[in-house]
Design a protein around this ligand. Structure first.
Ligand code: S3P
Length: 173
């Protein structure tokens, strides 16, 4: 491994396990873990729910993009992105050009169960069918990631699969 390892970014729908898997993968690779949602909240001094309510989704997307621009300037990070980050075209291009992007894929039913009642997720408030539509619209975009990993299994297994995908990728570069 080089002194300045390629970043790894996790993308996927709400409930895919981006943060919990990301933490484990960072430990396994000896990388630093970063969570773009937490980064945005810390920088804004407001919760994501507050940002959506007070400034709107478009502003949140811009803040998310700015946060990720700062993060990918670093090296050796495992970045858990928010579920809509990769759907934004500019953010998608940024991530694809600066990280190995791994899509954590799971069926809608699995994700919906994991999301449960999540008052901190503004886009999960619109009811099952609306959220399912959002999922269906996003899946083809998530599949533009460099690698897709099955995330409908225990978090340790998913983390191991992501680590293997990363090592296989950097080993062949
Ligand atoms: C969002 C997902 C959330 C958060 C925000 C918007 C989305 O992140 O960024 O509520 O558009 O899917 P998680 O995927 O970590 O819940």
């Amino acid at each position: 491994m080089t002194a300045a390892p390629l970043n790894l970014a996790l993308v996927g729908f709400m409930g895919a396990g981006k943060s919990s898997v990301g933490r484990l993968v960072a430990q396994r690779l000896g990388f630093t873990f970063a969570d773009s949602d937490l980064f945005v909240e810390a920088k804004a001094g407001r919760s994501i729910a507050q940002i959506f309510a007070e400034a709107g989704e478009e502003r949140f997307r811009a803040m998310e993009r700015e946060a990720l621009e700062l993060l990918v300037a670093e090296r050796g990070l495992v970045i858990a992105t928010g579920g809509g980050a990769f759907v934004d075209e500019a953010t998608r291009r940024l991530l694809l050009g600066s990280a190995l992007v791994v899509y954590l894929e799971a069926p809608f039913e699995t994700l919906w169960e994991r999301i449960g009642q999540a008052p901190d997720r503004p886009l999960a408030q619109s009811g099952r069918e609306r959220v399912r539509e959002l999922y269906e619209r996003r899946v083809p975009i998530y599949r533009e990631a460099h690698v897709t990993v099955d995330a409908a299994r225990p978090v340790e297994e998913v983390a191991r699969a992501v680590e293997e995908a990363y090592r296989a990728h950097v080993g062949t570069r």
